[in-house]
Design a protein around this ligand. Sequence first.
Ligand code: SAH
Length: 241
Amino acid sequence: MRVDIITVLPGLLEGPFSHSILKRAEEKGLAEVRLHDLRKYGIGKQKSVDDYAFGGGAGMVMMVEPIIRCISDLKDQRDYDEVIYMSPDGERFTQSMANGLSLKQNLIILCGHYKGVDERVREHLITREISIGDYVLSGGELAAAVVTDAVIRLLPGVLNDETSALTDSYQDGLLAPPVYTRPADYAGWKVPEVLLSGHAAKIESWRFEQSVRRTRERRPDLPAGTPTLEKGDNIEDKKDK
Ligand code: SAH
């Protein structure tokens, strides 16, 4: 997978992509993340990328032309599955969107700044708009890092234990169960007995119960939060019941 991120602040993203799992994914050749400084495509001596809003009002707007130039440059080199714009009024980012995006080959992510981008960019160039939540950030970079991280960790081979992404929260409509590590007894704080039993089936069933309980308590809005759920039930079938 290749992710091309267009930004006016590439420095803001260098950190997240040079550490941990994202770095490992690059080293293993499973994912390539490239940062593109929009200013290189800016207009005039100043390399401007923004201008005043028509109609007045506070805040600058990112211009069409530098963005078109940058995206065209990238499209000349390869085909893209999606050209994503990070935006607080976009589709809310979820695990199932991350799953879907992890099946794509090439993605462009455009990070906005100031008041956002000229609407014509959104109308003519963008194929998808994603929000990471109902709040406003000062730029799209951190949101792009969130989306890229959530997607890249799903690529086969990126996590050491490939199954571990599947047992995380939201993968099956359930929150993850509690986890423990050594010591089994910390000054009287004990790990649940069942986890020390070595009995795989009992452990699996305990984890499932805990997941369901946690989901009902914390996220009754999720499909698995319905009281009718039994182990082995298809959660998708339970959604509207
Ligand atoms: N004027 C816009 C906000 C602009 S914030 C509005 O009110 O909707 C500047 C940039 O930060 C946006 O263009 C977008 O790229 C990014 N951004 C801000 N909040 C975001 C969020 N919740 N999700 C994704 N991107 C966001």
